[in-house]
Every structure is written in structure tokens, then in C-alpha cells.
Design a protein around this ligand. Sequence first.
Ligand SMILES: *Cc1c(COP(=O)(O)O)cnc(C)c1O
Length: 386
Amino acid sequence: MIPYGRQDINQEDIDAVVNVLQSDFLTQGPVVPKFEKTVAHYCGSQYAVTVNSATSALHIACIALGVGKADIVWTTPITFVASANCALYCGATVDFVDIDSCTYNLSVERLSEKLSIAEKRGKLPKVLIPVHLCGQPCDMEAIHSLSQQYGFKIIEDASHAIGGRYKNEPIGNCRYSDITVFSFHPVKIITTGEGGMALTNDEKLAKHMRLLRSHGITSTSDDMHQRPLEELWNYQQIALGYNYRMTEIQAALGLSQMQRLDEFVTKRHDIATRYDQMLSSLPVVTPWQHPDSYSSCHLYVICLKLGEIDKTHREVYEVLRDAGILVNLHYIPVYRQPYYEKMGFVAGYCIEAERYYSEVISIPMHPGLTEAQQNQVVEALKKALL
Ligand SMILES: *Cc1c(COP(=O)(O)O)cnc(C)c1O
């Protein structure tokens, strides 16, 4: 069995976790802030707030940006459901912007058209959540410029993209966004088991997100409400927050993994280059990379040229799965999920997203993938396609 993605854990990672297990703090100790500092420094952002998943990070990012019941949030349909669900958690309405046919990221042209229509109807989004699909950054400069024109906020869902670069700067520096979110799920670029992080350059947003990840409780006397001295203790709940904290055990793993982040991404690039060459004679389109982009290569998505193949999309998927190649489909358009269809979305809502959905397969891509395994994937693909 060859999975499409998996973690890479070495002895140093294990030692780091064991050290924490033998220390005084399993949670709320010194390692979480150290992990935050390390990631913020790597990315060139001012603040980093670690949480127990990217889903939680997206949720508190939406709250911090003021998303509420009357608001509209836009994202891409080709993403994991969490990119859209975070808005629903806040009671907001979600809508989707169709994708670009080359990068498969949210299309700036479609965004621009949709904004102009939404403005006339008085239904502009409060927040846009572009997703750096497969680790390839969206056209953030153009998106940022539209945000200035129309007055919406931006959360980059960079769950796939730590270690990647946009216009030669690290993804996560928030140059073109309010908040950037990373995921540390085991299939992602670095892992903490479960885990996520929200980065920002805005002190207020960082502070608000820190409050929200821990019940809305503050221990800072300056933030506490005025009370008679005998009623002031060492903590006060001043907002409705959650328990979204990351443990020290997880942060130790993440901190240790950060040391190999560049190595992981380089290895992923080597694998991608080798796939590009080996698949060049097959009836598939390999991932196209925008010149502004240095992808983290989280996923390797191939697009089947179904007109040149005498199998269906489903049949190719099944043949590969039966051969022990655990290919996947990233993603079913979010609005095609039954939960979203119940909200009124219908098949065909985003034309490019639907075409993508009917033709793509993610083949194995992770730093531990050996050349022999990669050959096995390509052989199985040849059998399935030719
Ligand atoms: C994985 C992923 C998430 C959710 O990450 P978790 O850490 O599992 O909550 C959100 N958005 C995208 C695009 C993802 O791939």
C-alpha cells in the first residue's frame, strides 16, 4: 500500500516528545510559545497563535475579524470543507468563487466579476478565504488589491503551504492578508499529530485569537474589567472562547519538525520533478506552476485527458486503488456536499470546479516516498491509462 501522503518522523522528533513527557508541563508550558516564535520567524510574520487544528484556527480567525450572522464569507469550492465551515460556525453565509483552470486556485477574474455584481446588490463579502491548493500560492497581490477596492478582509488558508513562497517571500508573512492559517495534520508538510496555527501582523488580532483559543480567559490585569480590589483574582473571563489549545507534546513535535521543513519541501520538489518527467508521455496534465510560485508540493494532482483514455475517471481511480496505490480526490466541490446542497447549492454552480472534479486524481506525494515506490505508482498509472 502506498498512501497519498504521510508523516516523516525521525529519532529527534521522538526524543523531543519524550523530553516533554518527562517535563513539568504537558500543556501551557514553554514549548508552545517557542514553536510559535520559530514559525513566525521562519515566515516573517509578527505574531503566531498555535491551536489544536487548522479548523480551529480558521474559526477563531473568522471571529477575530468580526464575522457574524449578517455576514458573507467567500472561498473556493476546491478545498477541504473546513475552509467554508468556519464561516458557518459564526452563523455567516458562505459563497464560492470558481477556480482558475491552470492553477486550480480561486480565479481572480471570477472574483473580480463576482465582486462587481455583489457590490450592486449590496452583498459584498466581509471575508475572503483563498486557499493555496496543493501548496501553490494564490495570486495574492491581485486579491489584496481587490480587497482594498471592495473593503473585505483576507484569511489565507495555507493549510497545504508552509514552506512555500510567493514572489520569493515565505507564505505566512501576511503581506497580502490579515491572517494566514497552517495545518499540522500528519498528511501536511510538517506535523504535530493534530494542530494548526494562525499568523498575523496585527497585534489586536493576535491578542483576540489568543483569548479565543483559551475560553476567553485573560490573566493580564490590564485586560481585566474593573472590580473592587478584593474581587480581582489572577484570571477573568472577558469573552466566550473555546478550548482550542495545542499541547506541549504536540508543539515539541512541531518544533522538531520545523528543523526539517526546507528539507521536506526540497524532497517534495524532487519527487514532483521526477513525476513531471515520467508522466510526460501519458494522457494526463501534470501540475502547472505559476512563475511567482514556489509550491510546498503538498499534493501532486494529475488531470486525466479522458478523451484519450478508454476508462472513466472512476475506473482509473478504482484500478489504482486495487493496485494498492491509495490515490485520492482533492476535492469534491464543497457545495456538492449534501450539507451544502441542503442550503440550496446545486450541481454545476461553478463550471471550472466541476470540470476539475470530474478529471483529477492525487497520486502519492510525501517526503518518504522512495524512487522504487514512485516507479510502482507510474507503472500502475500506465496500466490504468494505456
Ligand atoms: C487540512 C486542511 C484543513 C483543516 O486542517 P486541520 O488541521 O485538519 O483542521 C483546512 N483547510 C485545508 C485546505 C486543508 O487541507
